[in-house]
Design a protein around this ligand. Structure first.
Ligand SMILES: [Fe+2]
Length: 439
């Protein structure tokens, strides 16, 4: 009897050791879990990274935390019902890149519903922790081309140009303190400055270090990005595979709808000349949305601004900036784009409603796009502290202080814009913007 007991004990210990060896293999452990919207409101994309292959990429999700928890503990043998989506991982082939990116699409989700999820692979048990997200408001009978016109209030955090350096740690801490209030984050390019410091290891390493720090944010709300010059210097494909935006590998522009607002992401790192692919796409996207919803909010974002007034070359004299103003600016005016968000210069700036360098209307009756620059969360290059004088007539507020911005869409007619300084956590600038109808 003792021998039988001893044999059983040995078996249990052996199984325990095997499980722990597998569980302790960090090379297949999912890292940098991120959420992203697609153009369809009933979908969500979940992406992550592993150093080594672990079969197909899997996401298991449920509306109930206890269901998912018991399912993961029992290795899905209990008859507990969770939903699973899968995809093939993508390998990096460059000699300065390593690992696999995983991008899995969840579809047929319900509106305004919280889902709990874990990610992993098919070969060995190596789940992430349990995360959760909440879907947006939408009518299950509509399609992606017929999004909600009614606004459901929401709150987003906005910044560009964030990477390891002066100000960065405090901005990340500040952001994490406030995360309960946000429904999404917009990082408008230059994500971690992956071309600095560790290029010999590949810029995936720099992105991974950055995204590990941000995982409590990126796994909770969609982390929507647009490429900056420090993101695509090496490989646009690497950027696209890492961040899982609803765009193709060589066309990084995209749009989506959220709670009654149309968002459009423009790549300032791709050609914006008239009649280029991107220009034609922007025109078609704005035209289609305006035909569908003539009075709805449109918020655009890109890495490079075309209204900014620091002494940096980009703001003072670059011909590319003037080209964007001429091409994108006229489309924004024609299709009534309400707000444009950007970074690139490391300062904060808010304009009056403006078109062709002239103020058009005011914040109560905007006749042109209001431009915001938020290049202030901190990075290796520091802040741009010198501004052009005299202050341009279109510049309403500008300063160089570490922090980030938040945007609250209240309803169909009002948006509250605020800049939050890191020091003392004070609101250093704010403005109500009323929905404008451009002539
Ligand atoms: Fe930049």
């Amino acid at each position: 009897m003792f021998g039988l007991f001893g044999s059983s004990l040995m078996t249990i210990v052996f199984i325990y050791l095997v499980i722990n060896i597998v569980l302790s293999d960090e090379s297949i452990r999912p890292q940098t879990v991120k959420l992203a919207f697609t153009s369809n409101p009933s979908e969500m994309v979940i992406s992550w990274f592993t150093e080594k292959e672990n079969g197909d990429s899997l996401v298991h999700f449920s509306e109930t935390h206890s269901t998912l928890l018991s399912w993961t503990k029992l290795q899905h043998k209990s008859g507990v019902n969770v939903t699973t989506s899968s995809a093939q991982p993508q390998n990096f082939t460059s000699d300065t890149w390593y690992g696999l990116s995983h991008t899995v699409l969840l579809s047929n989700l319900s509106p305004l519903t919280t889902y709990f999820y874990v990610v992993g692979g098919t070969s060995q048990v190596a789940y992430s922790q349990i995360f959760k997200f909440t879907t947006q408001a939408f009518d299950i009978n509509t399609t992606a081309t017929e999004p909600m016109k009614k606004v459901t209030p929401f709150h987003i955090a906005v910044y560009g140009d964030m990477g390891n350096g002066d100000g960065y740690n405090e901005t990340v801490a500040h952001l994490k303190e406030n995360m309960d209030r946000y429904n999404m984050v917009l990082h408008v390019g230059d994500i971690s400055y992956c071309d600095y410091d560790k290029v010999e290891q590949g810029n995936q390493t720099v992105w991974n270090d950055f995204l590990k720090e941000l995982e409590p944010i990126t796994s909770k709300v969609p982390y929507m990005t647009t490429p900056g010059n420090h993101d695509v210097f090496y490989s646009l494909t690497a950027y696209q595979q890492t961040f899982g935006m609803p765009a193709t590998s060589d066309e990084p522009w995209y749009s989506f709808n959220y709670n009654g607002v149309h968002f459009i992401s423009i790549s300032s790192e791709s050609d914006l000349s008239p009649f280029t692919k991107q220009y034609q796409w922007i025109k078609a996207d704005l035209e289609q949305y305006r035909r569908y919803n003539p009075n709805g909010w449109i918020i655009a974002y890109s890495h490079r601004p075309y209204y900014c007034s620091t002494q940096w070359d980009w703001c003072r004299k670059q011909t590319l900036r003037a080209l964007i103003e001429a091409t994108v600016g006229s489309l924004f005016q024609k299709y009534n784009v309400d707000i444009f968000l950007a970074g690139h210069t490391h300062a904060y700036e808010r304009t009056y409603p403006v078109y062709q360098q002239l103020n058009i209307g005011n914040y109560d009756y905007p006749g042109g796009t209001v431009h915001m620059v938020i290049g202030t969360p901190g990075n290796q290059e520091g802040l741009d502290k010198d501004f052009i004088y005299p202050t341009p007539d279109w510049s309403a507020s500008r300063f160089s202080t570490y922090g980030y911005a938040q945007l609250q869409v209240q309803n169909e007619t009002h948006i509250l814009w605020q800049f939050l300084g890191n020091q003392d956590r004070k609101i250093l600038d704010q403005q109500w913007i009323v929905k404008g109808y451009f002539d």
